[in-house]
Ligand binder design. Structure first.
Ligand code: ADP
Ligand code: MG
Length: 275
């Protein structure tokens, strides 16, 4: 017999595509905070994100009406037509992340716009809407995710140790930090501050802090062609390594991994430095 699945089960299945592990939740939420124009983003993680992920930003926030819509599937403020897909300036556009994440956790969203005096608090448990209340909030958005994969326990077994899951989050935040020097990032692990990157006006200062380099270790690279502009830093040959592990590549401020590019960068480096 064929049955239509209830919406919360559909969302839990769909969540499998967006939410693979704690770091994928953090990625979606940090992208949302950046899209909202935040320049301070704080992230709390407990038990590698399995028990708690909390993200607070000082971005534009949402009205009560938008907050309610934001957790619906296919709800996005970022595109209105398929044409927009070819002119994207935001990280997100599918309108799926919040619906997916709230389908597989105990989820709260607290948000306030600067025009409003009061914030909105939305509570969702395993995809079931619990409440929407008026609540005090600073301007911006705070999202709390407890007990990730609670309604889909089978997925928990694919998670690695707390430490491994945490390290993926740490790497992710470092990567975002390299691409967004003007944004202050702070990461707390089980209530201890583990990363604290103040906003910088020059990306070199951020690169130095994240990769623990000195001024003289970094060489600035700039190129502007017809199709692309390229900017970044390479380390001096005495600091260089033969592996691509120390490479961070970004396209339009998005971290990417690409074997061909990695290889090309490494070859050019090795050949010109003779290491
Ligand atoms: P998408 O990013 O693809 O639009 P999401 O599910 O991630 O989809 O978010 C849905 C909508 O909720 C966004 O389009 C945005 O309008 C709003 N939103 C989500 N997170 C934030 C945030 N941190 N600050 C302000 N608005 C947000
Ligand atoms: Mg998004």
């Amino acid at each position: 017999m064929i049955k239509l699945l209830p919406q919360n089960i559909r969302d839990q299945i769909a969540a499998g595509e967006v939410v693979e592990r704690p770091a994928s939740v953090v990625k979606e939420l940090v992208e949302n905070s950046l899209d909202a124009g935040a320049d301070i983003i704080e992230i709390w993680v407990e038990a590698g994100g399995k028990d708690l992920i909390k993200i607070k930003d000082n971005g534009a926030g949402m009205s009560a009406q938008d907050a309610k819509l934001s957790v619906e599937r296919h709800a996005t403020s970022k595109i209105t037509s398929t044409d927009d897909l070819f002119n994207l300036h935001s990280f997100g556009f599918r309108g799926e992340a919040l619906a997916a994440i709230s389908a597989v956790s105990d989820f709260t969203l607290l948000s306030k716009t600067k025009e409003s005096d009061e914030g909105t608090l939305i509570t969702i448990e395993s995809g079931n809407f619990v409440s929407q209340e008026i609540a005090p909030s600073s301007t911006g958005t705070t999202i709390t995710i407890k007990d990730l994969f609670k309604p889909v326990p089978a997925r928990k077994q694919y998670l690695k140790t707390d430490e491994t899951e945490y390290r993926q989050i740490l790497k992710l935040i470092q990567s975002f930090s390299l691409a967004h020097a003007a944004v202050s990032f702070r990461l707390y692990k089980d209530d201890k501050t583990t990363l604290d990157y103040p906003a910088e006006s020059h990306s070199k200062s951020r690169v130095k802090r994240v990769l623990k380099k000195r001024d003289e270790d970094l060489v600035e690279v700039n190129f502007s062609g017809r199709q692309i502009t390229l900017s970044g830093f390479i380390s001096t040959p005495d600091q260089g390594s033969r592996s691509k592990r120390g490479q961070y590549l970004f396209v339009n401020q998005r971290p990417i991994e690409d074997h061909l590019l990695s290889f090309a960068v490494r070859e050019a480096y090795v050949q010109s430095c003779g290491i």
